[in-house]
Design a protein around this ligand. Structure first.
Ligand code: PHE
Length: 456
C-alpha cells in the first residue's frame, strides 16, 4: 500500500472533521428535536452526551483509523481478523448515503442560486418545491453540478483539496451562521420564540409521563449526536488515517465537538424562534427536514426585513454545511477505491463521482417520474436513508464498541492516543462508556427507530 498523505496540522484535521460533522443534521434536525423535547432540557442533555457518548465514539474511530492507516474497508480486520466483516458493512454505508445526500445537495444548490440571483420570492409559493423535485431536468442538472463540485475538491487530494477547502469554508460557515442568527433574533416577536427554545421544560402531566418523555429526550439526543458527529460512516476512520502521529486526538475531538454543538445551537437560534413567531410552537416542534428547509423557511424569511438577503445567506450556509459533509463521504469512498484498485487520484475520484451520480438517479427520480416505485412503502431516497441511518449505522457502531470494549480491549485506543498526548485524560470515563454505556445507547437508538417505523 502506498503511504497515505496526511493533514498538515491539527487545525487542518479539526476543520475537515468539523466540516464533516456540521451538516444537514445540525441545520434541519437539531432545532426541531430541541423544540420537541423540552428546549433547554434537551440542550442540557445533548451537551452532557456530546462530551461522554459522542466523545467516546469519535475517539474510537479516529484512533482506529490512525492506528491501522487503512480505509474503512480493511481497518477493522487489521485490528482483529474475526471482525473483518465490519469492513464491507462500513464501506457500504457511505456508498448508500453519498448518492442521496448529493441529490439533496443539488436541491440546496438550486435554492442557493434562486436566492442569490434575487428570485427568492418565487420560492415562497406552496408548490415551488414540489414542482422542482417532481421534474427531472433541473434536479438532474443540479445533481451533476453538486457531485462535480465535490469531485473537484476530492480529486485535489487530502491536503490541497479537503484540508484547504475546509480551512477556508468552515470559518465562512461559522461567521455566516452567527450573522443570520443575530439578524433573525432582532426581528419582531422573536424573544418569545427564543424563550421557547432555551427554557427547560419537561412535558407530561404525571410523573410517569415526565419520566417517559425524559427517556425519549435522552435517546433522541443520543441518536442526533451519533448522526451529527459523522459516526459509523467510515469518515472518521478515513480522516484518522490521514492524521499525523504527532497531533493530539483527545484535544482535537474536544474541538470538533465544540464546533459541531455550537453550529447546532446557532441553527436552533435561527430556526426555532422564527418558526415559532411565524407558525407557533407546535410547528416549531414538528417541522424538520426538507419541509422545514424548502417550504417553511422561505415563507418565514419572506415575513422578515431583508428576507431575501437572509434567505440568500441562509442557503449559502446550508450549501457550505452540506458540501463539507458530502466531500468527507466521497473521500471515504475514494479511499476504499484506491485501496482495492490501482487507480490513483484524480481517476479514483472521477470513478467514484460517476458511481455516486448513477446511484443517485433513482433517489432523484423517486420524487418525480418514478414516484410510484416503492421499496417497503418508501421512496428510494427515504429507503436509502432508512436502511443506512436507522439500521446499518447503529449496528456498526455497536459492533465497533464490542470489538474495542471486549475483544481488543480499550487499551489499544489508549496506546494510540498516548502516542501524541502524555496521558489519555478521559481514560476511565472512556472505558466505562465504550464497554457499557455506549452499546446500551446504540441498541436503544436501533430499537426506537425500528419501533418508530412500525408506528409510522
Ligand atoms: N454530520 C452530518 C450532518 O449532521 C452527517 C453526515 C455527514 C451526513 C457526512 C452525510 C455526510 O449532516
Amino acid at each position: 500500500m502506498t503511504k497515505k498523505s496526511k493533514f498538515t496540522s491539527k487545525l487542518g484535521f479539526v476543520m475537515a472533521a468539523a466540516g464533516s460533522a456540521v451538516g444537514l443534521g445540525n441545520l434541519w434536525r437539531f432545532p426541531y428535536l430541541a423544540a420537541r423535547h423540552g428546549g433547554g432540557t434537551f440542550l442540557f442533555i445533548y451537551v452532557i452526551l456530546a462530551v461522554t457518548f459522542g466523545f467516546t465514539l469519535m475517539v474510537t474511530e479516529i484512533a482506529i483509523g490512525r492506528k491501522t492507516e487503512r480505509s474503512v474497508l480493511t481497518a477493522y480486520g487489521a485490528l482483529n481478523p474475526s471482525f473483518k466483516f465490519l469492513g464491507p458493512l462500513g464501506a457500504l454505508i457511505p456508498m448508500i448515503i453519498t448518492p442521496y445526500y448529493c441529490v439533496i445537495g443539488g436541491w440546496i444548490t438550486k435554492y442557493m442560486c434562486t436566492y442569490v440571483s434575487g428570485h427568492g420570492l418565487e420560492a415562497v409559493s406552496d408548490d415551488y418545491f414540489t414542482q422542482f423535485i417532481t421534474g427531472w431536468k433541473e434536479p438532474l442538472i443540479f445533481l451533476i453540478i453538486y457531485v462535480g463540485v465535490n469531485a473537484v475538491i476530492v480529486s485535489a487530494g487530502v491536503q490541497k483539496g479537503i484540508e484547504k477547502f475546509s480551512k477556508i469554508l468552515m470559518p465562512i460557515l461559522i461567521v455566516l451562521s452567527v450573522i443570520i442568527a443575530v439578524v433573525g433574533l432582532t426581528s419582531k416577536g422573536s424573544m418569545s420564540g427564543l424563550i421557547y427554545y432555551l427554557k427547560p421544560a419537561l412535558h407530561g402531566d404525571t410523573a410517569a409521563m415526565k419520566a417517559t418523555n425524559l427517556v425519549q429526550a435522552i435517546i433522541a439526543a443520543a441518536g442526533q449526536l451519533f448522526y451529527s458527529l459523522s459516526i459509523a460512516m467510515g469518515i472518521l476512520i478515513t480522516y484518522g488515517a490521514y492524521m499525523d502521529h504527532k497531533e493530539p486526538i483527545e484535544k482535537s475531538v474536544r474541538n470538533i465537538e465544540v464546533i459541531d454543538t455550537l453550529i447546532a445551537f446557532i441553527a436552533g437560534l435561527i430556526v426555532v424562534p422564527s418558526v415559532f413567531v411565524f407558525a407557533g410552537g407546535a410547528k416549531a416542534a414538528s417541522t424538520s427536514g426538507p419541509s422545514l428547509m424548502f417550504v417553511m423557511l422561505p415563507k418565514v424569511f419572506n415575513t422578515m426585513h431583508f428576507g431575501s438577503l437572509i434567505g440568500a445567506a441562509f442557503f449559502a450556509l446550508v450549501f457550505l454545511a452540506a458540501l463539507t459533509s458530502s466531500m468527507s463521504l466521497m473521500e471515504t469512498i475514494v479511499a476504499v477505491v484506491e485501496e482495492v484498485t490501482p487507480l490513483r487520484r484524480p481517476v479514483s475520484s472521477l470513478v467514484s463521482a460517476a458511481g455516486i451520480f448513477l446511484v443517485g438517479i433513482p433517489s432523484m427520480l423517486g420524487y418525480g417520474v418514478w414516484g410510484d416505485v416503492k421499496i417497503f412503502g418508501m421512496q428510494f431516497l427515504d429507503f436509502f436513508d432508512f436502511i443506512s441511518n436507522t439500521i446499518m449505522m447503529p449496528i456498526l457502531a455497536f459492533l465497533t464498541c464490542v470489538l474495542i470494549g471486549y475483544v481488543t480491549g480499550p487499551k489499544i485506543i489508549k496506546e494510540e492516543i498516548e502516542r501524541s498526548e502524555t496521558t489519555f485524560k478521559s481514560e476511565k470515563m472512556y472505558n466505562v462508556m465504550v464497554r457499557f454505556v455506549a452499546p446500551v445507547f446504540l441498541l436503544a437508538i436501533l430499537g426506537t427507530s425500528i419501533i418508530g417505523l412500525f408506528q409510522g
